[in-house]
Design a protein around this ligand. Sequence first.
Ligand SMILES: N[C@@H](CCC(=O)N[C@@H](CS)C(=O)NCC(=O)O)C(=O)O
Length: 291
Amino acid sequence: MATVDTTVQPSPSGAAAAFAAKHAAPHPLKLYGGWFCPFVQRVWIVLAEKKIPHQYVEINPYHKAADFLRLNPRGLVPTLAIHPSPDSDSEEVRVLYESAVVVEYLDEAFCDQSLYGRDLLPRDKGSEYERARCRLWMDFVSSRVVPGFYRFIQHSEESGESLEEVREKFLDGLRSFVEEMRPAEEGPWFLGGRFSLVDVMLAPWAMRLFLLDWYKKPGGLGIREARERGGEEEKKIWERWDVWFDAVTNRQSVRDTWSDEEDYVKAYRRYAENTTQSEVAKATRAGRSLP
Ligand SMILES: N[C@@H](CCC(=O)N[C@@H](CS)C(=O)NCC(=O)O)C(=O)O
């Protein structure tokens, strides 16, 4: 078997290093994560957003230690372990994984608004439709936008599609997402005035879009060109996108869970050269849905 490079810088840097250090002490709620992982960042953002007490445990998910596989047989981060509190009779450690599941769990489990602030999904009586619509667009991010990001960044000569094609499909996903946002007059977020899990789901990839400009030349991400080429409708879409993008990439919880930019450049080189053997990358290469 070819030797696979699974090394990653062992710990976060910048603001994320400070955030991790603040949450290094043992705590019954443990997030196993990797600083570079956008799925982990979703969970990290919710912990930061709601100021949920926890312990952050940095691991390299590509080196699957037996103890970690016992917690999560899929061997993926984020993995959340909920240890019994000292005053409970139970010995049992409860485990959750899958970022989309974990963010909803945390939002529901830590719902005392006097301690944790506003819910990240609308939960008041009568908000069933709005909550379901949030889930629809959270799912859209995971099932359309995120796979499109990996097809784009891993694009190579062998992809069977041109760089222009993968770029256009990716931008189409963003356009559909933007068309569902409340008008900017109501506020910058997907729901207008209210930051929600829909924003959380895409925020880590919004932060990583600069990598497409960095690695996918010529043309890079291509929003500027699409806007210049397009008509009025296209301009309006990207104006709304800019408002959302600026707000989300400056949100405190997003900044607090972000390492130094150059570390992402290094970590994503293997994706950009399409040589990484991560489960996400292998699925992308094989045209399968993501793990
Ligand atoms: N669907 C999972 C995806 C998680 C995932 O792919 N995590 C990557 C790191 S970004 C991982 O643990 N990779 C280990 C591997 O590929 O072996 C989620 O949403 O949590």
